[in-house]
Design a protein around this ligand. Structure first.
Ligand SMILES: [Zn+2]
Length: 222
C-alpha cells in the first residue's frame, strides 16, 4: 500500500477500514529512507523543554509524508508532555510548509514573539485543541452564548472543522448557532438545566443569568 509516497507493507487489511495503516509500519517504512536530521521540541509551562531527534526526507517528493510524520510526532509529544510551544530545527523546507519562517523561529526561540496566529490556527485544527490551550491556558474561556466554562472537549466547531474559540458545541457547531433563540429563551433554558441537573435554586440562578448572559458577545447590543 502506498501512503503519501511511502510504500508500506500491510499484511492484514482490516475489512471495515481498508485505508488503515498501522503507525508503526508507516514509521518503519518512512524512516528507512529518511536521513535528514530534524529536532522537534515542545516547551512546557514549567520551563522544561522536551526534544526528540528524528529524521525526515526533506525532499520535495516526500514533502507530504514528511509533514504527516512530523505532525504525528508533534501530536504525540503534546500528548505526552502537555507542552504549549513547539520548535522545529533542521529543515527549512518543512518549517516553510508548517507556515514558520526562519526569522520567526529564531525570534520565537529568543522569546521575543509568540507563534503566529496562522500557525496557532493550524496547530489548533490539526490537534483539535484550542488556541488558549496551545498558549498554556492563560484565560478561562466561557461560552459567549450560554456562559459555560469552555474546555477543549466541549468547544464548538467552525465550518472548516477548526475549533471555534468562543462557543460551546451545544450553542454553536459547523459554523452556525445550533439554536436560533433570544437571550430570554437562553436564560430559561440554562435556568432549567442548572435546576434539574445541578439542583440549583431557581430564585438564585435566574437573577444571576439575567445579569450575566446579556454581557456575553452573542447577546451584547452593538
Ligand atoms: Zn454555550
Amino acid at each position: 500500500m502506498n501512503h503519501l509516497g511511502i510504500e508500506v507493507s500491510v499484511k492484514n487489511i482490516p475489512e471495515l477500514d481498508p485505508g488503515f495503516i498501522p503507525l508503526a509500519q508507516f514509521n518503519r517504512a518512512f524512516l528507512a529512507g529518511a536521513d535528514k536530521p530534524l529536532d522537534v521540541a515542545v516547551e512546557r509551562s514549567n520551563g522544561q523543554v522536551a526534544v526528540w531527534h528524528v529524521k525526515v526526507h526533506s525532499d520535495p517528493a516526500f514533502a507530504a509524508a514528511d509533514e504527516y510524520y512530523v505532525e504525528r510526532v508533534i501530536k504525540t509529544m503534546l500528548w505526552m508532555y502537555g507542552g504549549f510551544r513547539v520548535y522545529l530545527a533542521g529543515s527549512q523546507e518543512l518549517a516553510d510548509r508548517m507556515f514558520i519562517t526562519r526569522q520567526a523561529v529564531s525570534r520565537w526561540e529568543r522569546g521575543e514573539t509568540l507563534p503566529s496566529s496562522d500557525l496557532l490556527k493550524k496547530l489548533s485544527e490539526v490537534f483539535q485543541v484550542s488556541i488558549n490551550t496551545l498558549l498554556g491556558s492563560p484565560r478561562q474561556l466561557i461560552c459567549q452564548s450560554c456562559g459555560m466554562p469552555l474546555t477543549d472537549d466541549v468547544m464548538g466547531h467552525d465550518a472548516d472543522g477548526g475549533i471555534n474559540q468562543d462557543y460551546c458545541k451545544w450553542c454553536y457547531d459547523g459554523g452556525a448557532y445550533v439554536q436560533d433563540c433570544t437571550v430570554e429563551e437562553m436564560i430559561d433554558f440554562c435556568t432549567n438545566i442548572m435546576v434539574k441537573e445541578q439542583g440549583a435554586a431557581p430564585e438564585k440562578v435566574r437573577p444571576y443569568l439575567q445579569d450575566f448572559l446579556p454581557k456575553l458577545a452573542r447577546w451584547k447590543k452593538a
